[in-house]
Design a binder for this molecule. Structure first.
Ligand code: BGC
Length: 391
């Protein structure tokens, strides 16, 4: 090759490399609006970190239609400044195909860590494997990715403790015997729905067996009411009858159908296991509208603003605070540890059907009207201005 041509070739190669770097950088920091096939995004400061090769952390959350996940988005955004790495957040809108394309898109942008809350734990295995194959570490966030070894770490809350807190609240507030109990659960595609139900059953079952409660709306649960420990299939049978699918409208119609089917003597003063805040408000509204319901106790979780207001107003009885500030911080800490070549510290493991996933669960707090000021306001979780009627 002639010298002149060789120099020209070198120049072209150098130019192509520079162009590739600029495009890579822009992709890592581009707002999602400019990136095709993506739902939404927070975006990504700390370009210096990217330039030093610190890598992109991609976060995929299940839906922006539930306040719970907007809480997590906001907490991640609060942390971005201090994280020292570019972070991009995408939403899957309750669709495993969108979730997969979000993961692919983040990988294309050079993500080295993917923090993923699966819409469907089993279906997400393929996305996790794609992430692993693309050279990224996979952190399962709040919900466990099932049936694959392509999960490097799991940050979560103690979900069995969430269910136990819900069950305990109903037990502590039940008087006498024969109290009508309505059971509701989350989506069967979400491993957490099983953990929440397991926790609640741990506490409620002995009190069903001793006659304190009487299950009204699940023949499967009635058939199993003498069993202290349920298998996953047994729980699935109950959940199949009482699932809200984590959907407010489904929760409301199911509660209405249950109330229509129930005799007047199965109403009166009732106890309701509702799996989370969104479904609790929908179920509470349905029970409040039934003339045969004299009073009801209803559980929840997530400390969503609307539910904290319901608690202050006496329309929802409790919620379980899962401090998303802690969870997001744990996830970012695990991600930056991975980026630095380390291994995040585990405190336990969760079996996902393929292996024991190293994990770090966080504690949860029961919130009622009695401690709402301390747990929610004084702790800085939500500002007092969000609410009316606080004492
Ligand atoms: C989360 C809950 C949430 C529910 C519905 C669960 O996996 O742990 O906090 O309310 O999903 O999105």
């Amino acid at each position: 090759m002639q010298r002149k041509h060789f120099r020209m070739l070198l120049l072209i190669v150098a130019f192509a490399m520079m162009a590739a770097m600029v495009v890579g950088c822009a992709a890592a920091t581009a707002p999602a609006a400019e990136a095709p096939a993506e739902e939404a995004a927070a975006e990504a400061p700390a370009e210096e970190a990217a330039a030093e090769g610190a890598g992109l952390v991609g976060i995929v959350l299940p839906t922006r239609d539930e306040p719970r996940w907007l809480q997590d988005q906001a907490r991640f955004e609060e942390l971005l400044g201090s994280a020292g790495v570019p972070v991009q957040i995408l939403f899957s809108q309750g669709d495993s195909a969108v979730e997969r394309s979000n993961v692919d898109s983040l990988l294309t942008q050079g993500a080295n860590v993917i923090i993923l809350t699966p819409h469907d734990g089993a279906a997400a295995a393929a996305a996790a494997e794609a992430a692993r194959a693309g050279g990224a570490k996979v952190i399962s966030y709040d919900r466990l990715i099932l049936g694959t070894e392509a999960v490097d770490f799991y940050v979560t809350f103690d979900s069995v403790a969430v269910g136990e807190a819900q069950g305990q609240f109903l037990v502590d507030n039940a008087e006498g015997t024969g109290n009508p109990l309505f059971l509701y659960a989350g989506a069967a595609t979400d491993n957490n729905a099983f953990l929440f139900f397991e926790g609640a059953w741990n506490v409620l079952q002995p009190k069903i067996a001793d006659g304190t409660f009487r299950i009204v709306n699940s023949s499967e649960a009635v058939a199993l009411q003498d069993k202290a420990e349920l298998t996953r299939d047994e729980m699935a049978a109950i959940i199949g009858q009482v699932t809200t699918n984590w959907d407010f409208n489904t929760a409301k119609s199911l509660a209405e159908a249950n109330l229509t089917a129930a005799a007047a003597e199965d109403k009166g003063d009732v106890s309701i296991l509702a799996p989370n805040d969104g479904t609790a408000r929908a179920i509470a509204d349905a029970f409040a509208a039934d003339a045969d319901v004299t009073s009801f106790k209803v559980t929840g979780q997530d400390a969503e603003i609307a539910s904290v207001q319901y608690i202050i107003d006496g329309k929802q009885s409790m919620t379980v605070l899962k401090d998303t500030r802690t969870l997001a911080a744990d996830a970012i800490a695990a991600a930056t540890t991975f980026l630095a070549g380390g291994t995040p510290e585990q405190t336990t493991t969760y079996n996902n059907g393929a292996f024991d996933v190293p994990a770090k669960p966080s504690e949860v707090i029961t919130v009622t009207r009695d401690n709402v000021q301390a747990a929610i306001i004084d702790s800085g979780y939500w500002p007092a201005e969000e609410f009316t009627g606080l004492e």
